[in-house]
Write a protein that binds this ligand. Structure first.
Ligand SMILES: Nc1ncnc2c1ncn2[C@@H]1O[C@H](COP(=O)(O)OP(=O)(O)OP(=O)(O)O)[C@@H](O)[C@H]1O
Ligand SMILES: [Mg+2]
Length: 459
C-alpha cells in the first residue's frame, strides 16, 4: 500500500510548499499542502495522511505544537519537522516531542528521500503486521474449531463467555485434542487480540530455568548478569499460554499463584514488583485433581486456574465429529499441495469412525495429510487411510466386512498378511526395522513371513 504514501505538508511560506511538493512528486508521493495550520487540522481527518511534513516557524503555532495536535488525532503519524534555523534546541524539542525526523531548509533532495523511504518501510511493516494479525485472527477463528458434537457445542458456549472476560482459563484434554488451538482462539477472539500471545511450554524448560523464563531477571552489576524481561511481562496487554502446567514444580506453582492474585511480577533480583495486565490460559493433559491428591499440584492454584474450565473430550468420545474433521483436513491439505479438492469415500469414513484414535485429532490430521498425498483419483479410498493407521489400531470390527469371508483363522491370517505387507513396505522391506515398529521380535517376524507365504522384495 504505502509504496506511494499520502503526505500532508504544512508551511506558511508558499514557495517552500511548492518546492517541497515538486520533490515529493518525484518520489511519487500524493501531497496535500496547506498554508494555514488551522485548515490543515480541519482537513486532517478527511485526508487520511500516512505522514506529515511540518515547518517549525509558523504564525499561529509552532510546528511542534501542530505535531502534538496531529498526534492527538493519530498517535502513530510520522511527522517530519522542517526548520531554517541551525538551532540545536529546535531539533531536540522536535525529536523529544515525538517527531520522526527533522530536516534543515533548504531541503536536500537525498535527505528528504531517505527519510521518506524510512517512513515507507515503517508503514509497510505496520501494514504487514496488521495483515498477519488478521490472518491469525482468521486462522484461529471459532469457525476453525471443527465439530458439531454436543461436547463441542458445550465448549463453544463456554468459549463465547470466556472471551468476554480477563478470567483465567484452564484447558484440559488428552494429547492432540486441540488445547492449543482453543487457547489461540480464546486470545484472537478476545479484546486482547492486538496484544501478544506468548506460549510457554512448562514441560520443555528445565525447572531451574523456568522461573527466569517466566519472571525475568534484573540486571546485576556485581555478577554481570544482563537484564531480561520474563514471559509474563512480555505478555502484558495480551495472553500467556502456560502449556503442560501439570509439569510445573510446586515452588514455581506458588509463585504463579501470587501472580494470579496480585497481578504483578517480580524479576529475579528486582527490588520491586511490576504490574502486568495479561490473561493466563493454562493447559494440561494431566488429571490435576489427582495431582492435587498426590501432592504434586497445589489445590489453591487449581482453584485459581479453574475460573473457566474447558475440557475437550477425546476424539473416541465424539466420533460424530470425525467426518467433519476429515473433510476439513482434506480441504486444508488439498489446498496446501495445490491439488483440486478431493472427496472421501463412505467406506473410508466408516473405517475412520471405527478407529480408536489414541492420538486424537492430531493423529487423524496426520492420517488425512498422508491420504491426500497418496490417493490417486479425486476420491480418498479406504486403502489410502488404512495405510497409516495400522500402527495404532487393532482390526476394527468393520474390517471383518473387507476381510475374507470364511473361518476366523483365515480372516486373522488375511489381516496379518495385509498388516505385515504394509509395515514391510513402509520400512523398506527391512525385517529388523519392521519388527521393531510392530513391537515383535525379529524371530517372530521371520516366522510369520514364512507362515503367511510373504515374498520379500529385494530393493
Ligand atoms: N476441533 C478441531 N478442529 C480442527 N482442527 C483441530 C481441532 N482440534 C485440534 N485440531 C488440530 O489438531 C492438531 C493438534 O491440536 P493441538 O496442538 O491444539 O492439540 P493439544 O491438545 O495442544 O495437543 P498436546 O497435548 O499434544 O500438545 C492441530 O493441528 C490442530 O489445529
Ligand atoms: Mg499442545
Amino acid at each position: 500500500m504505502a509504496v506511494a504514501p499520502k503526505i500532508i505538508s504544512i508551511d506558511d511560506d508558499i514557495n517552500s510548499l511548492k518546492s517541497l511538493e515538486e520533490l515529493l512528486h518525484f518520489r511519487k508521493c500524493k501531497v496535500h499542502s496547506y498554508i494555514s495550520t488551522l485548515d490543515a487540522l480541519n482537513a486532517f481527518d478527511e485526508v487520511k495522511a500516512d505522514a506529515a511534513i511540518v515547518d517549525y516557524f509558523m504564525p499561529n503555532m509552532s510546528g511542534v505544537e501542530l505535531m502534538k495536535k496531529l498526534h492527538e488525532k493519530s498517535p502513530d503519524l510520522p511527522v517530519i519537522i522542517l526548520t531554517g534555523s541551525q538551532d540545536v534546541k529546535i531539533a531536540v524539542e522536535a525529536l523529544k516531542g515525538g517527531a520522526f525526523h527533522y530536516l534543515l531548509k533548504p531541503i536536500q533532495a537525498d535527505e528528504l528521500f531517505s527519510t521518506i523511504d524510512k517512513i515507507i518501510d515503517q508503514l509497510n511493516l505496520k501494514e504487514e503486521n496488521r495483515r498477519l494479525k488478521n490472518e491469525l485472527a482468521g486462522k484461529y477463528g471459532f469457525e476453525n474449531i471443527i465439530g458439531g458434537s454436543p461436547a463441542l457445542s458445550d465448549l463453544f458456549k463456554m468459549l463465547s463467555k470466556a472471551v468476554k472476560t480477563r478470567s483465567t482459563i484452564l484447558i484440559t484434554g488428552e494429547s492432540g485434542t486441540g488445547k492449543e488451538l482453543v487457547a489461540k482462539a480464546v486470545h484472537y477472539n478476545s479484546s486482547r487480540k492486538d496484544g501478544p500471545f506468548i506460549k510457554v511450554n512448562c514441560a520443555a524448560i528445565p525447572e531451574t530455568m523456568l522461573e527466569a523464563e517466566l519472571f525475568g531477571i534484573e540486571k546485576n552489576v556485581a555478577t554481570g548478569v544482563d537484564q531480561r524481561p520474563g514471559k509474563f511481562e512480555l505478555s502484558d496487554g495480551g495472553s500467556i499460554f502456560l502449556d503442560e502446567i501439570g509439569d510445573m514444580s510446586t515452588t514455581t506453582q506458588a509463585k504463579l499463584l501470587r501472580v494470579l492474585q496480585e497481578r504483578e511480577v517480580e524479576r529475579i533480583g528486582a527490588a520491586a514488583p511490576k504490574q502486568v495486565d495479561m490473561r493466563v490460559i493454562a493447559a494440561t493433559n494431566m488429571n490435576l485433581a489427582k495431582a492435587v491428591e498426590e501432592k504434586n499440584f497445589r489445590q489453591d492454584l487449581l482453584y485459581r486456574l479453574n475460573v473457566f474450565h474447558l475440557h475437550i473430550p477425546p476424539l473416541s468420545q465424539r466420533r460424530e465429529d470425525i467426518e467433519l474433521l476429515a473433510e476439513h483436513f482434506i480441504d486444508i491439505y488439498s489446498r496446501e499441495n495445490g491439488l483440486p479438492e478431493k472427496s472421501i469415500d463412505d467406506k473410508a469414513i466408516d473405517y475412520l469412525v471405527k478407529q480408536p484414535w489414541p492420538g486424537n485429532i492430531r493423529e487423524l490430521e496426520n492420517v488425512i495429510e498422508r491420504a491426500v498425498a497418496v490417493s490417486e483419483g479425486d476420491k480418498i479410498l479406504i486403502e489410502d487411510v488404512r495405510g497409516s493407521t495400522y500402527r495404532f489400531s487393532v482390526p476394527a470390527a468393520g474390517d471383518a466386512d473387507t476381510a475374507s469371508k470364511g473361518s476366523m483363522e483365515s480372516a486373522v491370517a488375511d489381516f496379518e498378511r495385509k498388516l505385515l505387507l504394509r509395515a514391510l513396505e513402509e520400512n523398506d522391506w527391512k525385517q529388523n526395522k519392521t519388527a521393531e515398529k510392530l513391537g515383535i521380535s525379529e524371530r517372530s517376524i521371520w516366522y510369520k513371513i514364512k507362515k503367511l507365504g510373504i515374498e520379500i522384495k529385494k530393493e
